[in-house]
Design a protein around this ligand. Structure first.
Ligand SMILES: Cc1cc2nc3c(=O)[nH]c(=O)nc-3n(C[C@H](O)[C@H](O)[C@H](O)COP(=O)(O)OP(=O)(O)OC[C@H]3O[C@@H](n4cnc5c(N)ncnc54)[C@H](O)[C@@H]3O)c2cc1C
Ligand SMILES: *[C@@H]1O[C@H](CO)[C@@H](O)[C@H](O)[C@H]1NC(C)=O
Ligand SMILES: *[C@@H]1O[C@H](CO)[C@@H](O)[C@H](O)[C@H]1NC(C)=O
Ligand SMILES: *[C@@H]1O[C@H](CO)[C@@H](O)[C@H](O)[C@H]1NC(C)=O
Length: 495
């Protein structure tokens, strides 16, 4: 009797209670136990102390997501492995996340706490068919790796302007330096292999599951299934006259006008810019002394004509314009940009017409927030991302346009990046996020234009700005009828 009592009191000290000795504690570990036996130890890592587990969980652009501890990480090597993983996760009732490049800063989009993380990095095959000029690749490479691989064929892919970003960026649309010529990255999809929420492996193309193919072209990733292979139209990549031009704060407003004029008037689709205003944590002293502007100017060809004259005619401090290969364009070496890196990062997005004075409204609201919130951010960045008419024409000419059904340009997206100070209290972090959101909301958006999901905060509900929202909702219902993905992984919601 007293022995039994003694045993019970020892058992009560076991975390998770007596039951934890008899059954795995919770659905995450149950799914992991199942997957360890079906896929084997080389594809499933459960030890939180293993190097591979630590590398995967540390590899998020928003460092706050590294705090989550998945029950295990699965590294599928085939679509079949992904299918087995989804079925085991479903059977256990566990939460999960799908991770490609880990650059989406929204919590639980590609991260999970106490559930199964599916890391796609082992699905990193790449090939090129020179007769069709189509490129086929798995989701596991970064775009930087893909650009380097396809450069050997003098080709490149439509994809993000920074090399560390993963293949999930094309599912969200994918804005490239080459988009004014060829449309968004997703417009260049020709065929996808997809493991849908049932676990079935299907093809999505103009002729097979065309509705799924539509949704995956800019409607986001982890809602309709897991893409295990992309076949896309590649494009030629020769020499690019390109570089960064950097100005002193005294020229900040002149540069803003040059950006606006480029967004409104440039008609050469081979000329492309991304313009980034940055605020450093140092005092501005009312003179914008804390502000740096970095323009990325890229011309597909060796002679840009007059396309960039409005930028080069303003006195600059640094000008690295010269001829580069495409991987070199992506790697343009920038001192400040080293700071646009892993940290406690969040995104917000806006959309505006190029023809009005919104470019100035945006800049004014952002500057005044930056000034009154000194001490709560490590870095602020504001990017102007032009959407010229050549881009929307190229988008709508392929596959009948993407999930955004982009209205005719010119208009532009503005992306706001906030890197908060590391180790803020929860209260300070939340109030900084709240006031940043209010600043972005105060600027407003142009009605009838889509918010870019790649740059959006989860609370912005960007899909609801798409004219195709009801159609996407129906497609979601068809491919995820019992709400498995909807209820068990993060991402854009359809309620
Ligand atoms: C430094 C930086 C630069 C950027 N530059 C650009 C740019 O130039 N152009 C642009 O368009 N965007 C850009 N972005 C935004 C970027 O495209 C998005 O953050 C995108 O979601 C990142 O994709 P990922 O694969 O790296 O991230 P992840 O977080 O791994 O994936 C993003 C989302 O897609 C889902 N997903 C990924 N792969 C699959 C798959 N195979 N099947 C199903 N779902 C999947 C994930 O579950 C997640 O919800 C940039 C972001 C950063 C941080
Ligand atoms: C294990 O996973 C398989 C799918 O791979 C599933 O069919 C089965 O029901 C799972 N077993 C348990 C006990 O959950
Ligand atoms: C790529 O272009 C370079 C320069 O024009 C040329 O020398 C090389 O042969 C080309 N390579 C291929 C694979 O076409
Ligand atoms: C340069 O700016 C002027 C207005 O000052 C505008 O008329 C012209 O179209 C712009 N050129 C380009 C290529 O942006």
């Amino acid at each position: 009797m007293s022995q039994a009592f003694h045993l019970l009191s020892i058992l009560s000290l076991i975390p998770g209670g007596f039951g934890s000795l008899l059954a795995p504690p919770g659905p995450g570990p149950a799914a992991c136990a199942n997957l360890t036996s079906s896929l084997g130890l080389s594809k499933v890592v459960t030890s939180h102390l293993s190097l591979r587990y630590i590398e995967t969980t540390q590899d998020y652009w928003n460092a706050l997501q590294s705090n989550y501890q998945p029950s295990c990480i699965v590294y599928p090597q085939s679509a079949q492995d992904v299918s087995i993983a989804l079925q085991a996760i479903r059977a256990s009732g566990s939460r999960f996340a799908i991770k490609a490049g880990g650059h989406n800063p929204n919590n639980f989009f590609s991260s999970v706490d106490k559930g199964v993380l599916i890391d796609l990095s082992s699905l990193n095959s790449k090939s090129y068919d020179s007769s069709s000029t189509l490129a086929t690749y798995g989701p596991g490479s970064t775009f930087g790796e893909l650009y380097t691989y396809y450069a050997q064929y003098n080709r490149t892919l439509l994809g993000p302007t920074m090399g560390g970003v993963g293949t999930g960026s094309a599912l969200g649309g994918g804005a490239s330096y080459l988009s004014p010529q060829y449309g968004m990255a997703c417009d260049n999809f020709r065929e996808l292999q997809v493991v849908i929420p049932s676990g079935e492996i299907v093809t999505a193309s103009p002729t097979s599951n065309p509705d799924l193919f539509f949704a995956l072209r800019g409607g986001g990733g982890n809602a309709y299934g897991v893409v295990t292979q992309y076949t896309v139209q590649s494009c030629p990549a020769g020499q690019f006259y390109s570089g960064n031009v950097i100005y002193l704060f005294a020229q900040n407003d002149a540069v803003a006008l040059a950006i606006k004029n480029f967004m409104q008037y440039n008609e050469d689709p081979k000329a492309s810019i991304v313009a980034t205003y940055m605020k450093l944590p140092t005092p501005g002293l009312g003179l914008n002394l804390d502000e740096a502007i970095l323009t990325f100017l890229v011309y597909d060809g060796i002679d840009p004509g007059t396309a960039f004259d409005n930028f080069t005619s303003i006195p600059y401090v640094v000008n690295t314009l010269g001829l580069r290969s495409y991987p070199e364009v992506i790697d343009m070496p920038i001192p400040y940009l080293a700071q646009l890196t892993r940290g406690d990062n969040t995104f917000r997005v806006g959309v505006h017409l190029s023809s009005d004075d919104s470019y100035e409204t945006v800049l004014t609201a952002w500057r005044s927030w930056a000034e009154s919130n000194k001490g709560s951010y490590q870095l602020l960045a504001l990017n102007y991302e032009p959407v010229p008419q050549s881009l929307t024409d190229a988008s709508n000419a392929q596959n009948g346009g993407n999930a955004m059904q982009m209205p005719a340009g010119p208009w532009y997206w503005v992306s706001y990046i906030l890197m908060t100070l590391a180790l803020m209290t929860a209260g300070a972090y939340n109030s900084t996020q709240d006031s940043f959101r209010e600043m972005v909301e105060s600027v407003g958006n142009e009605e009838g234009l889509p918010l870019f999901i790649n740059d959006a905060n989860a609370d912005q509900d960007p899909l609801k700005t798409f004219s195709t929202y009801a159609r996407l909702q129906g497609i979601k219902q068809t491919y995820d009828p019992d709400g498995f993905f909807e209820s068990k992984t993060g991402g854009w919601s359809f309620d």
